[in-house]
Design a protein. Structure first.
Length: 245
């Protein structure tokens, strides 16, 4: 499904965020990308959907190359790749329902998106997702009236509205308390297992990686230092992964 070949990203200030990373992801996998802040996790996910432009290497998704895709093709590919953000990226003053519906904008005509016209079937589907995520009674509220966990669930509903083949979750629980973090991770696991959506999820907590991931990719200074089963993560690797030097 996803193929990464010798991916590199060097920022204008000279920071090497990614250093020739290569790996494949199969359909239906739940892959946790583990590492501390600055390891390259967020850059990696954002390169996959080209929110950040790679410096070198290749990315292909479903047999189509992302790195060389022209704008029209890139828009089509992005429709199949949902994104869940650490800080939710909701429109604060808009309703929860409207925020969920923005996930369907890629499938609408430009004029419909411009005036926020959403077909009836899209509205019904958004309400269904919100109900499933425990936000059915919050649909008419403004997004900034929700708790952090509720806002993240609204962000997940938005991603589901794309009917994605893959979801990229960039530190989706970093701003949440432990109990809420687990509830969000359970939602992502259910989406993976019940809907067959491939998940790539950035985390910095090894215990969550062990509990929810099928596979762990550990990053340190822009390089993969581990790729394997979460059960085989040991304290020695964790210590190396998070040491300051």
């Amino acid at each position: 499904m996803l193929r990464i070949e010798a991916l590199e990203k060097t920022y204008d200030n000279g920071t090497e965020a990614l250093r020739k990373i290569s790996f494949n992801v199969e359909p239906g996998e739940f892959v946790v990308i583990l590492g501390k802040s600055g390891s390259g996790k967020s850059t990696l996910l954002r390169c996959i959907n080209r929110l950040v432009e790679p410096t070198g290497g290749r990315i292909s998704f479903g047999g189509h190359e992302i790195t060389s895709a022209r704008p029209r093709q890139l828009r089509h590919l992005r429709r199949k790749i949902g994104m869940v953000f650490q800080h939710y990226n909701l429109v604060a003053q808009a309703s929860v329902l409207t925020n969920a519906l923005t996930g369907s904008l890629g499938g609408l005509s430009p004029w419909a998106g411009l005036i926020n016209y959403f077909p009836k079937d899209s509205v019904l589907r958004a309400r269904m997702y919100l109900e499933d995520l425990g936000l059915g009674d919050k649909a008419g509220q403004r997004a900034n009236a929700l708790s952090g966990g509720q806002q993240q669930r609204a962000g997940i509903a938005r991603a589901l509205m794309q009917q994605p083949d893959m979801i990229l979750a960039d530190e989706p629980v970093a701003s949440l308390d432990p109990a809420t973090s687990k509830s969000i991770m359970r939602i992502l696991r259910d989406i993976n297992q019940k809907k067959g959506v491939t998940i790539l999820c950035n985390l910095h907590l090894p215990e969550l990686a062990r509990e929810f991931g099928d596979r762990v990719l550990a990053l340190k200074t822009g390089q993969i230092i581990y790729d394997g089963s979460p059960e085989h993560l040991d304290q020695k690797l964790e210590s190396y992964l998070y040491q300051t030097n």
